[in-house]
Design a protein around this ligand. Structure first.
Ligand SMILES: *[C@@H]1O[C@H](CO)[C@@H](O)[C@H](O)[C@H]1NC(C)=O
Ligand SMILES: *[C@@H]1O[C@H](CO)[C@@H](O)[C@H](O)[C@H]1NC(C)=O
Ligand SMILES: [Cu+2]
Length: 239
């Protein structure tokens, strides 16, 4: 016999196959950089569900930055990522109902150019995360993204060394995360060149590698009035 959770999961999956989303715009200190510019655009809006797959790094692009330009930004700038379900700003909800979960941002320094960078191994530093915001009612970082036109922002730490980087924004939707695989990982990677900057050597993890199927924030029933939620991956480095 199927559990109620399993039945609910099946219903949610059927209803929401078309309700996925992608990262489509970057904003640099409040200036819109245009549709898909500087972004390694995936072929469709499907999520990644295997946390051991190299698709978790920068989506299903084969990690390629070929043909993607790199945006020059100053260390200390505020970068905003903007997500939508389908092509551009149609007025549709940025994130379909049910897609609740955390929002995270990582970055990795390229040895040479961002466009030629395949970010394998322990190269990723987490610079932002937001998860379960309130317990009653249960509100999530995704609710804020949905309510603000698909946007979330991060400040690029001033102490980061100058150079070319990949910015990796991630939204994890937990509506069918009762069992693994179930959690949906939405990933967008953008290419930037950080000018100025400092001399910090931040802590780094590998992606894939930083997450396990058994992490409490990856296999989780979010319909259980959670009192706490553990965001996957390492601690945030703030510079
Ligand atoms: C996004 O907002 C709309 C309108 O308020 C709502 O119907 C939808 O459920 C929201 N999505 C999420 C993931 O909260
Ligand atoms: C909540 O905290 C408890 C105790 O620290 C932990 O065992 C549990 O995995 C956490 N739940 C989530 C969803 O992170
Ligand atoms: Cu979806």
């Amino acid at each position: 016999m199927k559990t109620l959770a399993a039945l609910l999961a099946t219903a949610l999956l059927a209803q929401q196959t078309l309700a996925h989303f992608t990262m489509q715009y970057l904003w640099d200190n409040g200036v819109d950089q245009g549709l898909n510019n500087y972004i390694r655009v995936p072929p469709n809006n499907n999520p990644v569900t295997d946390v051991t797959s190299t698709d978790l790094t920068c989506n299903v692009n084969d990690l390629s930055g070929a043909g993607v330009s790199t945006l020059s930004i100053a260390a200390g700038t505020t970068i905003t990522f903007e997500w939508h379900q389908h092509a551009q700003r149609t007025g549709e909800d940025p994130i379909a109902s049910g897609h609740k979960g955390p929002v995270l941002v990582y970055l990795a320094k390229a040895p040479s150019t961002a466009a030629t960078f395949s970010p394998a191994g322990a190269v990723w530093t987490k610079i932002y995360q937001s998860g379960l915001l309130t317990v009653t009612p249960q509100t999530w970082a995704t609710d804020v993204v949905n309510a603000t036109g698909g946007k979330h922002s991060v400040t690029i730490p001033k102490s980061l060394p100058a150079g070319e980087y990949l910015l990796r924004a991630e939204i994890i939707a937990l509506h069918v995360a009762f069992t693994y695989p179930g959690a949906q990982f939405y990933i967008g990677c953008a290419q930037v060149k950080i000018t100025s900057g400092g001399t910090a050597n931040p802590p780094k993890v590998a992606i894939p590698g930083a997450y396990k199927p058994t992490d409490p924030g990856i296999t989780v029933n979010i319909y259980n009035n959670l009192l706490n939620y553990t965001i996957p991956g390492p601690a945030v480095w703030t510079g």
